[in-house]
Design a protein around this ligand. Structure first.
Ligand code: NAD
Length: 267
């Protein structure tokens, strides 16, 4: 028996891949021979420099493109999926990863932040999936991976919009997986604990202000307090789980919310 993780010649769209987890996942897929469309915000020159560096390191024949779709805009999300299909000829893998956070008590939570978090962290996965599925159905194969969170399974205070959106992502994952189970398409959610990305760096500051304690105490007593192994999740660990899910050996795993959280949600 030979276990086959090869992905050569495949095409992926990864939302929110100009930074953090999405960027790490893009690098991992490119390394396995997958052409990718990057997406996300940031400084235009830095985005282009990062894209060019990823392209330069890519195996022969692999292309690395960028599309600036705003994940709060359904029309732009449709354009992103259409762009990938038009430019790269197929679409095998969709990683719905874009996400933001805002930390505040419910009774002080700004209305516009609630709407923005639901749009980016939850609704964008629906819009991208809606446009990706007809392409994947026609191909007879597809892989959709939604980056949820441990907060898709359990809650923390002061993160109501994020927790609501991520629980929604887990439900959306299950429902979509059931619909396409006979079409060669799997749909799964990855539920990471804390990964030290720019989003988490920002939360350390926000939590310190909200709770009135030092950033060092936030890391020790608030953030890693939730993770029994007391270690941030690493990018290569996330990439390993992603590669399992999108390769042929992941074919029987669908509708799952897979934790990678140092034991957080076991408690
Ligand atoms: P990050 O801030 O480093 O990256 C977020 C990405 O989303 C960036 O590329 C950003 O430009 C993009 N983005 C934000 N708003 C956008 C919009 N309107 N349109 C398009 N792109 C947009 O954050 P990260 O920590 O890498 O988070 C990535 C995902 O992982 C998020 O869904 C987050 O909720 C989830 N997650 C993160 C952690 C963690 O500890 N970092 C843990 C669990 C889940």
């Amino acid at each position: 028996m030979a276990v086959d993780f090869r992905l050569d010649g495949q095409v992926a769209v990864i939302t929110g891949s100009t930074s953090g987890i999405g960027q790490g996942m893009a690098q991992a897929l490119v390394g396995q021979g997958v052409s990718v469309v990057l997406n996300g915000f940031g400084d235009a020159a830095k985005i282009e420099a990062d894209r060019a560096a990823m392209q330069a390191a890519a195996p022969t024949g692999v292309r690395v493109l960028y599309h600036a779709a705003d994940m709060t805009k359904p029309g732009q999300i449709a354009d992103l999926i259409g762009f990938a299909h038009r430019e790269l000829g197929r679409l095998d893998i969709l990683v719905n990863n874009a996400g933001i956070q805002h930390v505040a008590a419910v009774d002080e939570f700004p209305d516009e932040k609630w709407d923005q978090i639901i749009a980016i962290n939850l609704s964008s996965a629906f819009h991208a999936t809606k446009h990706a599925l007809p392409i994947m159905k026609a191909q007879g194969r597809g892989r959709i991976v939604n980056i949820a969170s441990a907060h898709g399974l359990v809650a923390s205070p002061f993160k109501s919009a994020y927790v609501a959106a991520k629980h929604g992502v887990v439900g959306f994952t299950k429902s979509t997986a059931l619909e396409v189970a006979r079409a060669g398409i799997t749909v799964n959610a990855i539920c990471p604990g804390y990964v030290k990305t720019p989003l988490v760096e920002m939360q350390i500051g926000d939590q310190a202000r909200t709770r009135g304690i030092s950033p060092e105490r936030v890391v020790e007593e608030v953030i890693l307090a939730a993770q029994p192994n007391k270690a941030f999740v690493e990018y290569d660990q996330l990439a390993g789980l992603l590669l399992y899910l999108v390769s042929d050996v992941g074919a029987s795993t669908t509708g799952a919310a897979l934790t990678i959280d140092g034991g957080w949600t076991a408690a």
